[in-house]
Design a protein. Sequence first.
Length: 216
Amino acid sequence: MLELGIKALLAYMLGSVNGALVVGRLYGGVDIRKSGSGNAGGTNALRSQGPIFALFTVCIDIGKGFLPVWILPGMALPLLAGSQQPDVLFGPALYAAAAVLGHCYPLWHGFRGGKGAATMVGAYLALAPILLVPVLLGWLVALLLFGYVGIATMISGLSAPIYILLKGLNDSQLPVFYFSSACALFLVYTHRSNIQRLLAGTENCMFPRALLRRKR
């Protein structure tokens, strides 16, 4: 348990390295939390700072979701030599969750971060790459249908646990299923402001002529 806790803390600390804020500092001190929607994530980076800024932001945010899941399970902790237990079952999913939490509530940036989608994608890349198929496909289809990034992101989060259930859930898949289900709910929570703007009719639309919107 101590090993899991220490590694989860390391994953959280890595997740707290917010891509948009790191890139903003390299761009001369830009804080995108003071621009656009105020969110320190890839979508606001694209809208407020442009595609290059957003590309570097997303690469960092995906990487910090991938690295803890890929590195930490096999990493020996010197102070716990001889007492460590294998953490191959629930460890990776726990580290993935800690990285996502760090992205949304970053220790290094006043606990004001992004909404977790890019870091979730990086975690899936290491945990179960096959889940990127329903996640990315769900995001693209929803974006084309509705035109809203927020809706597309929430639907992409829901697509992963649904895919696991449709393929048939077994004991070895439980950690990833729990992580994907938690992420799906968490994405809805982190997008609560988007939901409020959707209900108020003030949400930014990436594709005003999206398929379902065009039919109205």
